[in-house]
Design a protein around this ligand. Structure first.
Ligand code: CDP
Length: 220
């Protein structure tokens, strides 16, 4: 099986780029962030505190499933499709809190590895190249300036009719960067053998073409 790991901070364009790259390669796109987001939604619904004992407890009570419908990854929590619900700003912030805990990362570890054992995958996240798939065939670290990433997120939120100022979105992006880069367990960092791609001045198409080019050279 072949695997492509794409890591990077919030709003760098990972999910859109990873999905398009996977489509072009005929690989499965695995959005690992969606798994963490579903755990965050479960935490919110159960109204529990973000502490290891309480999380350990809910893992025995909830069922998280990942399914592909018409080629798109859907997340199910206790049998309910929550793919849209996990995308709110509130869940984004809660996700970056729960993702700091070892108990959560351990809970989701095998599910991510299993996907890559059974399929050719493009998997995006924060620790894919460093922890989940250290032997990935190609590792990309995708980044862009915080200002540019906030702009992109702001545009997405406008489309979903969420009312927030650009300044608020920038603060949220910075807060998540702070959490993701500085946590003790599996922090966001570029793997030594990852290729750094800064998309600040690239269009989506340019980023996809650039990455496909890197991949085809590496896989050749
Ligand atoms: O798409 P976006 O970059 O906004 O976020 P995401 O990939 O859906 O991830 C949401 C949050 O989950 C991140 O801010 C991380 O805190 C966490 N996450 C993680 O810790 N490890 C991963 N492999 C994926 C996501």
């Amino acid at each position: 099986m072949k695997s492509i790991a794409i890591d990077g901070p919030a709003g760098a364009g990972k999910s859109t780029i990873a999905r398009l790259v996977a489509e072009r390669l005929n690989f499965i796109y695995v959005d690992s962030g969606a798994l963490y987001r579903t755990v965050a939604l479960a935490v919110k619904q159960k109204g529990i505190l973000v502490v290891p004992v309480q999380l350990q407890q809910i893992f025995s009570e909830i069922q998280i499933e990942m399914c592909y419908i018409d080629g798109l990854q859907h997340m199910f929590l206790d049998g309910v499709d929550v793919s849209d619900r996990i995308r709110s700003s509130e869940i984004s912030q809660l996700t970056s809190q729960i993702a700091q805990l070892k108990v959560v990362r351990e809970y989701l570890f095998s599910c991510q590895q299993k996907m890559a054992q059974e399929h050719d995958v493009v998997m995006d996240g924060r620790d894919i190249g460093t922890e989940i798939l250290p032997n990935a065939n190609v590792k990309i670290f995708l980044t862009a300036t915080a200002q540019e990433r906030a702009q992109r997120r702001y545009k997405q939120l406008l489309e979903s009719k969420t009312i927030k100022t650009l300044e608020e979105v920038l603060q949220e992006v910075k807060q998540r960067d702070e959490n993701d880069y500085n946590r003790a367990v599996s922090p966001l960092r570029q793997a030594e053998d990852a290729i750094l791609v800064d998309t600040s001045d690239m269009t989506l198409e340019e980023s996809v073409d650039f990455i496909l080019d890197v991949i085809s050279k590496k896989l050749a």
